[in-house]
Design a protein around this ligand. Structure first.
Ligand code: SAM
Ligand code: SF4
Ligand code: FES
Length: 346
């Protein structure tokens, strides 16, 4: 039997132990599903994502958008194109629009202000995922109505973080996340599973950090080696370990919004369905317009690149129903209530 208290109290030795084996998976998965139903219900929230620029000034060793990658056709959507796309998403009834890009200073503070103000008129929640920007920009955009900010911590091991992000530190990344929290954003952290050199202890540290931050959103996906990056020969993350980490994240932060990520669906055709069964309660249909979509190429085998424009919306709705869950119709903010029913007894 797993010791639920030790998991919820993020006992580092215990977490390291249960992460290092598949022996407890059945129980972990079952518990995560129970906790998800009790704390966030059966609704799965849709977030329409627009990947509006694949330019990036950063050098993350794992990512296809890194500045050094010359094998990538770069694109930028104009503010008008972004706003038009947002209107279409709102018309489809999706209540959250995620604006994601590489770290691209082309989009100035003022340009983002204009985009946020126009999109807020559509009666939707806005999630920003632009990488690290200045604290002043975070403040201004929040005041204009941006609701959430996604910025994975990527790994909570300071050594591994430093190796993967030349010239940057985990401490700095954490400072940004705490500032976003302080400003009142619903703040999303998260990490990759299967990074080169990552140990079960490192993954346990990820859970400790999610709890410490009280992450409102938690993105967990397998690392998928990209042939155009320095990590091309690495092994990458596997389905089982990634699902284990999603389930444990649900147990550690019961009310968080947790997506069944695109990367999970890219390593296994049913990856996202499993994610939804084992704790995830969000899905992010790709609504990046063509011809841009295939060029937001973080890793090989990314799903949804060649689907008909808005096909992913229908596909994800169908997927939610196929696993016996309900398509959420609201904005899908983090539930403030501690629990929808009695806590799980173990
Ligand atoms: N530039 C922003 C940032 O870094 O926060 C947002 C876009 S970035 C492409 C979104 C996420 O993609 C990263 O947080 C990272 O975890 C993930 N990612 C990048 N390369 C990946 C890879 N090779 N395999 C799996 N996930 C990857
Ligand atoms: Fe740029 Fe984000 Fe990719 Fe890093 S993960 S290279 S910041 S797009
Ligand atoms: Fe994109 Fe299924 S979600 S095709």
């Amino acid at each position: 039997m797993i010791d639920l208290k030790k998991i919820q109290n993020v006992d580092i030795d215990y977490l390291t132990h249960i992460i290092s084996t598949d022996r407890y998976d059945e129980e972990i998965f079952k518990t995560a599903d129970e906790i998800r139903r009790k704390y966030v219900g059966e609704e799965v929230h849709l977030r329409g994502i627009i990947e509006f620029s694949n330019y990036c000034t950063q050098h993350c060793l794992y990512c296809g958008l890194r500045a050094e990658n010359k094998n990538l056709a770069r694109y930028r959507m104009s503010p008008e194109e972004i706003i038009e796309r947002a209107k279409l998403i709102a018309q489809l009834g999706i209540k959250t629009i995620v604006l994601q890009s590489g770290e691209d200073p082309y989009y100035t503070t003022e340009m983002m202000c204009e985009i946020i103000q126009q999109i807020k008129k559509l009666d939707v929640a806005i999630t920003l995922s632009l990488g690290e920007r200045t604290f002043e920009e975070y403040r201004i955009w929040k005041e204009l109505g941006a609701d959430r900010y996604l910025m994975r911590h990527e790994t909570a091991s300071p050594q591994l973080y430093a190796k993967l992000h030349p010239g940057d530190s985990l401490e700095n990344r954490k400072a940004h996340l705490y500032e976003l929290k302080r400003l009142g954003y619903e703040t999303g952290a998260g990490f990759m599973v299967g990074l080169p050199g990552q140990t079960p202890y490192d993954l346990a540290l990820d859970l400790v950090f999610l709890k410490e931050l009280d992450a409102d959103m938690i993105g967990i996906g397998p690392f998928i080696p990209n042939p155009d990056t320095p990590l091309k020969d690495a092994t990458g993350g596997d389905l089982q370990t990634t699902l284990r980490m999603i389930a444990l994240a649900r147990i550690v932060v019961p009310t968080a919004n947790i997506p069944a990520t695109t990367a999970l669906g890219s390593i296994n055709p049913l990856g996202r369905q499993y994610g939804l069964k084992y704790g995830a309660n969000v899905i992010m249909p790709n609504l990046t317009p063509n011809p841009y979509r295939p060029n937001y190429s973080l890793y090989p085998g990314k799903i949804c690149l060649f689907e008909r424009d808005t096909a992913c919306v229908e596909c994800t709705k169908h997927m939610i129903k196929s696993v016996g869950l309900i398509v959420g119709e609201g904005y899908g903010y983090r539930k403030k209530t501690e629990s929808l029913a009695e806590p799980v007894k173990k």
